[in-house]
Ligand binder design. Structure first.
Ligand SMILES: O=c1[nH]c(=O)c2[nH]c(=O)[nH]c2[nH]1
Length: 299
């Protein structure tokens, strides 16, 4: 038998970095997972730990880098870490850094103190940085998850296959709601430090395009809406070659009010949490090769 693909590292390092600018403080709150691979046959086969950088040290590196380099963005922090692991040890050939970022909003109060925050309840920003060495060894995938959106009209669903198990009534006016889970891959990344604010600006742009495309599309299906959302990003963001969207259809069924002698004129819905339709697709720039895995749940 042979040893197949393997990787190791410390998962879910919860690192919070405070920047104190006088009375005004800033917070970065990340969940960072490090995964290293390379010449690790012997630790599995003979038990020699000679090539093993401990997962404990990878954890320590995350916290030390938060101090030494600061956290400009999830992407930039991941780039620093990935470069460090691959360039500092010959036995490590690939580093994959996954980051979730939790957003805090300032609680604005009268007076000079600016150190209170409330966790925003919207999406979680994500990033995955993989570095396999050399100038071309970078892959940077940004993303978001749990961004819940709803259109209360301008959505229909008709003309689908009717087999003997089909009971769903056609509708020309329904609620369309989903929880956006998106990943997008940046092209031409060489790990160089872009201008300050680059990654935040890029993130804000993609988020805006996704939301606007969702709002502006008259939907004939969630599949069609998904394509419009992804296509908008590829069209408007030249530095992004690929985007994958995973959209659960958060079904809203008309509540049956007839037993109570009430007419339901598209006003009262039952928001079902499961089961849900799950609509997923990748949209690619012409000529680009797919690099984002199909199953986003582990990303
Ligand atoms: O937008 C939709 N796409 C489907 O494929 C589907 N299937 C279903 O039952 N409802 C919906 N809605």
């Amino acid at each position: 038998m042979i040893l197949g693909q393997n990787q190791y590292g410390k998962a879910e390092n919860r690192v919070v970095r405070i920047v104190r600018d006088g009375a005004t403080h800033h917070i970065k709150d990340l969940n960072v997972s490090v995964s290293l691979s390379g010449d690790m046959d012997e630790v599995h086969l003979s038990g020699s730990n000679a090539n093993v950088l401990t997962t404990d040290a990878t954890k320590n590196t995350v916290f030390a880098f938060a101090k030494e380099h600061g956290i400009a963005s999830a992407e930039q922090f991941g780039i620093h870490l990935a470069r460090h692991f691959v360039t500092s040890r010959q036995s490590i050939t690939t580093a994959r850094i996954r980051v979730e970022e939790y957003a805090w909003e300032r609680i604005e109060t009268p007076g000079p103190k600016r150190h209170s925050f409330v966790r925003t309840n919207q999406e979680t920003r994500t990033a995955q940085i993989t570095y396999a060495g050399g100038p071309d060894g970078w892959q940077i995938i940004s993303g978001l998850k749990d961004l819940v959106v709803m259109n209360s009209t301008d959505s229909e669903f008709r003309g689908y296959v009717k087999d003997r198990y089909t009971t769903l009534p056609e509708t020309a006016d329904r609620i369309l709601a989903t929880e956006v889970h998106a990943r997008w891959r940046h092209s031409g990344t060489d790990g160089a430090e872009p201008e300050p604010g680059h990654w935040d600006h890029s993130y804000a742009q993609v988020r805006e395009h996704l939301l606007h495309a969702f709002a502006e599309t008259y939907s004939l299906s969630l599949q069609q809406t998904l394509y419009q959302m992804g296509a908008r990003v590829i069209d408007k963001c030249p530095g992004i070659d690929e985007i994958r969207l995973s959209l659960p259809n958060k079904h809203h069924f008309l509540a049956d009010l007839e037993p109570f002698g009430l007419k339901n004129d598209n006003e009262v819905y039952f928001a079902a949490d499961r089961p849900y339709g799950l609509i997923e697709a990748t949209i690619l720039r012409d000529g680009a090769e797919a690099g984002i895995p199909a199953d986003l749940t582990n990303l």
